[in-house]
Structure formats: structure tokens, C-alpha cells
Design a protein around this ligand. Structure first.
Ligand SMILES: [Zn+2]
Length: 460
């Protein structure tokens, strides 16, 4: 009885906190959950949960994948509860569930799609018992918070309920080995023209066989440890995919996904980056396992637009202004973004302003990630100038010199708003702004100034 009363008190106070914050137009996606969990530590266990929960985790792509899954389900007529605008740790999940439940604590939704932070696994999965858990991949993330990927894999493995079915990346030998007892399906992307055999990246987190420590041989490698590998000394190898993406056509922006039962369909690509190709095959696998047909998934995806904040381009004066989000303090996201932008056609000028913060006092992270990140891709031909800016300007400058970028191509200013003045705005080129999410207001000011400078340069 006491337990029930305590839960109801937590629920109602959480709901009140959410209402109050919304009236005040404040962020109401985290604090109500903090209140609920403080009053009732097993709040997640007691609150009503939708019958079908799809959880999505992993180092990269979890936000896009969970948004796409929720979009497709909504397009198919499902009423979906999700944390897309909110937090992905325990308090955020508690807020989402309390907002989706009645005053007596019963779930008002049948389906939920929840993005979940890897490190919060233990506090969430045992209560949630998701029907499906999608793991996009596991890479080295911010080293101060996430140590190394095997450590994060062990977090998830210890927490995932036995009855949860896993949707795993067969091309990732770290995350695909999680919880071998659980029912599972694998997805993969077939060999691509851009694949290599030797690792060209600084980060390569799986260099030896995890079973016998023998030598791993890659049939092909996409980037870092992603690819198809086998051990030379034992029978360890990448699992066979149940869902395979083939015939990737970046001109037509399509890909074929085939499943083991012989089903297949042409899927739209939402962007030509390798990450996004994986995102589509991941969504296809998860939703097919959920019970949708390929035609239904592909049809709904065609009506969906990817969130535009991570990459967008527009013409200004005689140049193309490209905005490229690069997750803060994440070496791997930086490497992927540098690789992608450096291969865009034509000449490019670049401003680096990741890791800028409105409040410098909160800054704590060290700079080791810079030396895990492939700044070497920015030494490629076609990049004519790089402006380093923000509190890390000098760190970027040094790192680019080490990466082999000639000094005459580099400029440096601590003031972000001065950075656009240091570009040449040569007609026909792209001007690319790399930014993180820690100081978006400042990012938009710099973007506006780039556009103004480009228009002025064109008018001269
Ligand atoms: Zn081996």
C-alpha cells in the first residue's frame, strides 16, 4: 500500500513539475523524471509501460535511427510515445513514461520508441524490458566518460533482459557479440566500392581475435573496425546478416535490402554518407522484425525527411555554404565528417569550431580526442584554407600541422565571429562550417556572418 502511494505521489508530482515547466516554456524533458525517481526509486518499474517498446542505443546513429523508426510507425498509423525531443538517460525515460501515462499510472500508448544512452543501461533495461533492442554500433566515444567500447558493451550486456530480441550490426564485431544467449537478427551493408582492407583510421578498436587473440583478417573494411572479418587461428568470424543492404546507388539515392526469407525492396537513402546508409538498413531490419512489410517501411521512409540540423547546404553569393555537425569530443564522428566533406567535389574552405561553449567555466574535457580523430583527411587536395577558431583554436592548429596541412593554408583566431573574415570566398567553392552542439546560438551567428561575407565578396 505504502509502495503504491509513494509511486502515485511521484507520478503526480512529476506530472505537476512537467506542467509547470511547460507553462514557463522551460525544458520539461528531464527534471520531472528526476523528481519522480527521487520520490520513488523504482518508478520505472511501477509506471505503466507500452506493450511494444523498441529501444535504440549505440555510439553513433541512435538519434537518427530512433527518429526514423518513430516516423515510419507514425506514418503507418501507430500512436507512438518517444523521447525524441528529450533526454535519453533514466530521468529522461522516466519523464517520457510519466507523460505517456494516465493519472493512475496506466500506459496511454501501445507503442514506444526510446533512444537510450549506453551508460544508463543498468538503470533502464531491467524495468523496461524492450521487445526489441537495436544497437547501431559501438565505437570509442568521449574517453573521459566512456572509457572504451568493450567496457560499454559490458554495461549493455549486464542489463539487457533475456527476453529482449536484439537487432545487431553484423559489420561491428564489438556490438554484435553482446548477450549471445538472446534471440537476435543481424543487419549489414554489402561490399562497397570505397571499402579497403587495411585500416586507414587512427582508431581501430578491434585488432585481434576476441576469442583466441589470433590475427584478424578483414575481407573488407569500411572504416575503423567496421567491416567483415575472420580469425586466422580459430573459427571466429563476422556473423551472417539476416538483412543485407546491396546495390547502393548514391546517384539515384537508393539501396536494396534483402532479408533471409527472400523478401526484398528498394529503399530510399536519406543522404549519401556511409553512416546514413547504415541507418536505413538498421531501420529496415528493426521495423521488419516489428512486423511491417518492406513495402510499408520503404513507402513511409520516402515520405520522411531526415533531421536537417546535421548537414545542410545553401548557396550564398558565389559559394555554397555547408553546415556539418560533428558530435562534440567524439573522435569518430569527427573522422567521418572530415572524410565526407573532404571528398565533396570542388574546392573547399573550412572553419573548425567544434567544442565551443557558451560557459567556459563548465569546460572540463581534455583534448586527447584530437589525437584519435583523423585530421589527416583535411590534408587532402581540394581543401584550400582552414580557419581554426574558438577556445580550442590553437589545439586544432597544432593538430593540423601534425596532420601535414601546410602552414600557409591555416588561419587561427580565438574569436568565432572573426573567423568568417579570414576566408577567401573563391567563386564556385564550398565553405564548410564544422560545429558541435554545445553552442548552437553562436554557430548560427557565425553561419549568418559567413553568408553575409559571401554575398559581399560576390558583390565586389
Ligand atoms: Zn581466433
Amino acid at each position: 500500500m505504502m509502495r503504491k502511494l509513494r509511486f502515485l505521489l511521484a507520478l503526480w508530482l512529476g506530472k505537476c513539475a512537467r506542467l509547470a515547466l511547460r507553462v514557463l516554456k522551460r525544458n520539461a524533458t528531464y527534471f520531472p523524471g528526476v523528481v519522480a525517481l527521487k520520490i520513488c526509486p523504482d518508478f520505472l518499474g511501477q509506471v505503466g509501460k507500452p506493450e511494444n517498446i523498441i529501444a535504440v542505443t549505440g555510439t553513433n546513429g541512435k538519434t537518427t535511427v530512433s527518429n526514423l523508426i518513430a516516423d515510419v510507425l507514425t506514418d503507418r498509423g501507430h500512436k507512438v510515445l518517444s523521447n525524441r525531443l528529450g533526454s535519453n538517460v533514466a530521468a529522461g525515460i522516466a519523464t517520457t513514461l510519466l507523460s505517456g501515462s494516465s493519472l493512475s499510472g496506466k500506459a496511454r500508448y501501445k507503442t514506444a520508441v526510446l533512444e537510450i544512452d549506453e551508460r544508463s543501461s543498468k538503470r533502464i533495461y531491467p524495468y523496461l524490458k524492450p521487445k526489441l533492442l537495436v544497437i547501431t554500433n559501438l565505437f570509442r566515444d568521449s574517453i573521459m566518460r566512456n572509457a572504451h567500447p568493450e567496457y560499454i558493451a559490458s554495461f549493455i550486456e549486464q542489463a539487457v533482459p533475456r527476453e529482449t530480441k536484439l537487432v545487431l550490426n553484423a559489420d561491428d564485431l564489438i556490438s554484435s557479440r553482446i548477450a549471445p544467449e538472446n534471440e537476435r537478427v543481424y543487419f549489414a551493408v554489402d561490399r562497397m566500392d570505397t571499402d579497403v582492407v587495411e585500416c586507414v583510421n587512427l582508431i581501430n578498436d578491434l585488432q585481434i581475435c576476441p576469442i583466441c587473440s589470433g590475427e584478424l583478417v578483414y575481407d573488407y573494411r569500411r572504416y575503423h573496425h567496421i567491416g567483415r572479418a575472420r580469425c586466422r587461428d580459430c573459427d571466429f568470424k563476422s556473423p551472417e546478416p539476416d538483412y543485407l543492404g546491396t546495390d547502393v546507388d548514391t546517384a539515384a539515392m537508393t539501396m536494396t535490402v534483402t532479408d533471409k526469407q527472400g523478401g526484398r525492396a528498394v529503399y530510399p537513402l536519406l543522404s549519401d554518407s556511409v553512416f546514413n546508409i547504415y541507418n536505413v538498413v538498421t531501420v529496415a531490419a528493426a521495423l521488419h522484425e516489428f512486423g511491417l512489410s518492406h513495402e510499408e517501411i520503404a513507402g513511409s521512409l520516402r515520405r520522411t525527411k531526415i533531421v536537417e540540423t546535421r548537414y545542410n547546404a545553401r548557396q550564398a553569393g558565389n559559394v555554397r555554404v555547408v553546415m556539418q555537425m560533428s558530435k562534440d569530443k567524439n573522435a569518430l564522428a569527427g573522422s567521418r565528417a572530415f572524410d565526407y566533406i573532404s571528398q565533396l567535389p570542388g574546392e573547399k574552405e573550412i572553419i573548425l569550431m567544434m567544442n565551443c561553449m557558451e560557459d567556459q567555466k563548465k569546460w572540463s574535457e581534455n583534448t586527447t580526442w584530437l589525437y584519435d580523430c583523423d585530421f589527416e583527411f583535411l590534408a587532402r587536395e581540394g581543401i584550400t584554407r582552414i580557419v581554426c577558431t574558438g577556445p580550442r583554436a590553437k589545439d586544432y592548429y597544432l593538430r593540423l600541422l601534425i596532420a601535414g596541412v601546410p602552414e600557409e593554408k591555416l588561419r587561427c583566431t580565438m574569436s568565432e565571429l572573426d573567423a568568417p573574415d579570414l576566408l577567401a570566398y573563391n567563386p564556385g567553392e564550398s565553405v564548410c562550417l564544422f560545429y558541435g552542439t554545445d553552442a548552437l546560438d553562436l554557430v548560427y551567428k557565425v553561419q549568418a556572418k559567413i553568408i553575409r561575407c559571401a554575398e559581399e565578396a560576390a558583390a565586389k
